[in-house]
Design a protein around this ligand. Sequence first.
Ligand SMILES: Cc1cc2nc3c(=O)[nH]c(=O)nc-3n(C[C@H](O)[C@H](O)[C@H](O)COP(=O)(O)O)c2cc1C
Length: 335
Amino acid sequence: MAKSRICELVGIRYPIIQAPMNWVSGAGLAAAVSNAGGLGTLGPNAGADSITADVELTGERLREQIKKVKSLTRAPFAVNVPIGVGDAMKYSKKCVEVVIEEAVPVVITSVGGPNVYTKTLQSAGIKVFHAVSTPKHAKKSEAVGVDAVVCEGFEAGGHKGFTELTTMVLTPMVADAVKIPVITGGGICDGRGVLAALALGADAVYLGTRFMVTQESESHQNVKEAIVRAEDVCTVSVPKDFMLARDLSNTFTREYLEMRRSGTSAEALSVFLADHSQYPGQHLGDADNAEICCGQVAGLIGDVPAAAEVINDIIKNLFSVLEEVKQKLADFQCR
Ligand SMILES: Cc1cc2nc3c(=O)[nH]c(=O)nc-3n(C[C@H](O)[C@H](O)[C@H](O)COP(=O)(O)O)c2cc1C
């Protein structure tokens, strides 16, 4: 029987990938998703309880999380390595050493060029997915030899480039541009979204915010409750120096955007961002005065299920949504 290209590539049951989320996606969430047949992913600060600038400690914290995932599941999982530029690359170099030593099955590289670590990781037997935000970037990643590309639309939670292509537009553009498997994310939380993504040409889906609001996620309970309470227009696009973030609209985003409008210096803005980062938000639970990255889809989320329930509901609903679509197609031509 033919299988989804992504399932075949990494040996998973469903082409549903839990997207990396900095402080939020630790070993418990990654393992729960992988045990339920998807692909769980460790985020950069997975399982950490403090901010560190220490390179060795960054690597050892990652190693500890990888070992923890291995103790919780025998299924494949992924690790996100944000590549970075200049001096910041010392962190990604360390993390690449660790994922190779720990023989991690899949690495999702982001925030940097696809040529930096792909060959090194692949020579160690690791599959590489690279995150892109344009079809041009997807083509370049394919030329470098990545195993699959991940594209994230403008509605997605977290940080991305300045391109504002939505999932609806970006997915078919990327699917047309490359022959390798395409994973798409941004705005997907249920069977309807997954079916739409497949129709747009994706091989697999990439869900962040939906998995952030699950029992196993390390997001603080205050944050999960804030997302459950959030109404339709609940996120805002927040410009920073080198990227855009999509965040929950709160006192932090209002103050920060007002500071930008009123011409506050770059230095003062960067101090403000550091003081109101995802750490006090996601980790300490200040859902109002700190940065809470989340996607527009937050307005569609109204519960805090187990990660496996998210996957089971999607699979269950996917086929009933498909039946509804088939009926709509049968009724499509009126005369
Ligand atoms: C709280 C949060 C933290 C994130 N941190 C990262 C990260 O560390 N690395 C990364 O590549 N993407 C990160 N992202 C982006 C996600 O991996 C993914 O692209 C996005 O959540 C998909 O859109 P959705 O939130 O609409 O599902 C983050 C997203 C969220 C919501």
